[in-house]
Write a protein that binds this ligand. Sequence first.
Ligand code: FAD
Length: 275
Amino acid sequence: MTPISLEFFPPKTPEGVTKLAAVRQQLYALKPSFCSVTYGAGGSTQDGTLAAVQAILAEGVEAASHFTCVGADRASVLAKLEQFKAAGIRRLVALRGDLPSGYGGFGEFRYASELIAFIREATGRQFHIEVAAYPEMHPQAKSPQADLQAYVEKVKAGADSAITQFFFNADAYERFVNDTRKLGADIPVVPGIMPITNASGIIRFADSSGAEIPRWIRLRLQSFGDDTASIKAFGLDVVSELCERLLRVGAPGLHLYTMNAATAPLEICRRLKLD
Ligand code: FAD
């Protein structure tokens, strides 16, 4: 059975919290191996992350908190790790994060690899650590080779598994896995899958995160204009076929960026016969 994991973001309002609880109940039909909750780099939404992760654990489902180190110092990271442990959290997605505008500097951790090394030093094997991987290269990387090496450093520092940025080109994933294995990084690399439900949203999101939307997908999406039914139908075809290809080339699971909605993830898994 292909392991499925699900990603949520922390809601900002009480209505959002109630709505997300209902979305999770629908998505638990997929029997996720874990659910993760994003973390606002530099301070915003961090309490919401903890609350959402605790709610998932209370529902009897394994949960991971994302955790960014940008702007943090060792003392604040240690305090946060204690808070995670006390809340029963045993799985982290350890990230650098991006500096929010107006923030002074990076703090005591320059890269995610430094955070991972610090977590291992401070807490041994108490946490399962996931890291981010970029099959199409992180937007700030100095070069493709430097980016692959930066990923390898995260694995050497103690990462257990990786989740990728979303992408629509299966070749990029295959190449990333092969190249990083050759460099000695042999942890599972689970592709992050972004459903397409909204043309302008996905184009904006891809532009900001360095993911490439192939020309043919971009043009087809733009050609649908306001016809949201056609966008959703096309998006489901494209993303389900991408998942099929990824599983055929050996992806060890799928991590679905749910955007706090159940319909597209459920339909993708139904088409893949993973429901
Ligand atoms: P790093 O691995 O540290 O890499 C950052 C950059 O530095 C890269 O360009 C890399 O090539 C370079 N680099 C790393 N090490 C070195 C070195 N030794 N020398 C020179 N260059 C180096 N953001 C959030 O704010 N909250 C979240 O919850 C969140 N969740 C995410 C989940 C996933 C699965 C992914 C893929 C991304 C997520 N992000 C999140 C976004 C992430 O924080 C940004 O992409 C951020 O810019 C990089 O974080 P990182 O952990 O990948 O950084």
